[in-house]
Design a protein around this ligand. Structure first.
Ligand code: C2O
Ligand code: CU
Ligand code: CU
Length: 476
């Protein structure tokens, strides 16, 4: 993977102005700004009559759907749509998901970020075979309100199945949500994909140059979606505040989110809120991370501002795409006509996030990331890499020795960043994935309060994960 590779040809950019509609091709050329209104994925219907119980059905199946306007192609979909329906639950809920695998290959459903028993985690250790049904049963832990997502996690095939259309959102709500209920809420699932002319997902041939580039960078697509839509629009009244939950469901792309001329109020970056909201000009959202933020309608009625992703160099110089430094428009925020919204009061504090106690640390571990490996090893489902004890606290130092970012994810447990290259994190907050830039080290602290069993940790670039940049923690 260290070989020198030719730079990729310039790819489609969604921000190109004045592209004519007839130039719209899924795989090559320009994609127009369609600006259809942003749709929200439907919520999974709860068929339970019991209080605090959410019982839903989820099927993964092949189907024919339009991923790119003007084409239909073979996809994999949850309940017949891409992205899948949203699992919308409350803290304390008992959740039963009747899952059916109607795909022609094994799959799992992994509930990314949820603090649930290992048996319900949907890791590669527990595949659901084609034609089989499996019930995922878990309780939503108190204090974990936030935005999460679900995706397949079968051995070696997560990237393929996500690219074929399998991903969906999870929203965990709190009874005592600190934000006023009058604020309207939007879910934005960010994904990207690469297509053939017939609109089907384009995967490189074995041993092709593109396959090598994808293995190195992670498969990145030139077409960017929000909730499966191309450059949709969101209407907002002047002065109105909206609450956005944004999920990075991309296999490899890291987003650097900004709205020109607007400061964003970041409420949380991962599983749960910050103790206090933070003003910021831009938000770096690594693979599998989520962010909650407040945006404001600023400008004259009829005007629009884009939600952009700014250039971010996460690449090894040898495989850095030629268009890496382009800005892309993800959606258009349009100031609607009508009376300006009256102002809402944003609370100064959200939810307490006490710093994890590091006075009794049971284990300090070092995890060295190289290209495709952790501590010099590729994952073996039959091997346990670390053994940890329940009810203990550990500090993990994650060291990236190579020239590109690797977003590191631990299943089942949220953690806090202590420091990055020795620089203390400014305040404690929760994460389940932390991005580790080239030649840098991040120290995290995690407390194992519950749930014995085997837990995966891995790079969340799906190609890296599928190639085995993953390990297993046994908690006992
Ligand atoms: Cu989204 Cu193993 O994770
Ligand atoms: Cu996970
Ligand atoms: Cu990686």
């Amino acid at each position: 993977m260290r070989r020198r590779l030719p730079l990729l040809a310039a790819a489609v950019c969604l921000t190109l102005p004045n592209a004519a509609p007839r130039e719209q091709h899924p795989g090559r050329g320009r994609v127009t700004r369609l600006h259809t209104a942003l749709a929200q994925p439907p919520v999974l219907a709860n068929m339970s009559r019991l209080a605090h119980t959410v019982e839903v059905s989820l099927t993964a199946a092949p189907g024919r759907l339009s991923l790119v306007p003007g084409t239909t192609s073979e996809v994999f979909a949850y309940n017949g749509r891409v992205p899948g329906p949203t699992l919308d639950v409350h803290e304390g809920d008992h959740v039963i998901v009747h899952f059916r695998n109607s795909l022609p290959e094994p799959t799992t459903v992994h509930w990314h970020g949820l603090h649930i028993p290992a048996s319900a985690d949907g890791s590669p250790l527990d595949p659901v075979m084609p034609g089989q049904q499996h019930d995922y049963v878990f309780d939503i832990a108190p204090g974990t309100a936030g935005t999460y997502w679900y995706h397949p996690h079968p051995d070696r095939r997560a990237g393929y199945q996500v690219a074929m259309g399998l991903f969906g959102a999870i929203i965990v709500r709190a009874e005592d949500d600190p934000l006023p209920a009058s604020i309207s809420e939007k879910l934005l699932i960010l994904s990207d994909n690469r297509f053939r002319a017939d609109g089907s997902a384009d995967f490189p041939g074995l041993h092709s140059t593109q396959a090598e580039v994808d293995a190195e960078n992670g498969r990145e697509g030139n077409v960017l979606f929000v909730n499966g839509q191309l450059a949709p629009s969101v209407d907002i009244r002047a002065g109105e505040v909206q609450r956005w939950r944004i999920i990075n469901a991309s296999a490899a792309r890291i987003y650097r989110l900004a709205i020109p001329g607007q400061e964003l109020l970041e409420l949380g970056h991962g599983p749960g809120f910050f103790a206090k909201p933070v003003w910021t000009r831009e938000i770096l959202l690594a693979n599998s991370q989520r962010v909650e933020l407040l945006v404001r309608g600023a400008g004259a009625p009829g005007s629009a501002v884009p939600l952009q992703t700014l250039p971010y160099d996460r690449y090894d110089p040898h495989t850095r795409p030629a268009d890496w430094n382009e800005t892309h428009e993800l959606l258009s925020l349009r100031i609607s006509a009508g009376a300006p919204a009256s102002s809402v009061r944003i609370p100064a504090t959200l939810r307490p996030v006490p710093a994890l106690d590091t006075s009794h640390v049971a284990e300090h571990r070092v995890l060295v990331l190289t290209q495709g490996m952790i501590n010099g090893k590729m994952m073996d489902l039959a091997r346990v890499d670390f053994t940890a004890r329940l009810h203990t606290t550990e500090i993990w130092e994650i060291e990236n020795l190579v020239g590109m970012d690797h977003p590191f994810h631990l299943h089942g447990f949220r953690f806090q960043v202590l420091d990055r290259d020795g620089v203390p994190e400014p305040f404690p907050y929760w994460l389940d994935t932390v991005n580790v830039p080239p030649h840098s080290a991040v120290r995290i602290v995690v407390h194992f309060d519950d749930f014995p069993g085997k837990w995966m940790y891995h790079c969340h670039i799906l190609d890296h994960e599928d190639m085995g940049m993953m390990g297993i923690l046994q908690l006992q």
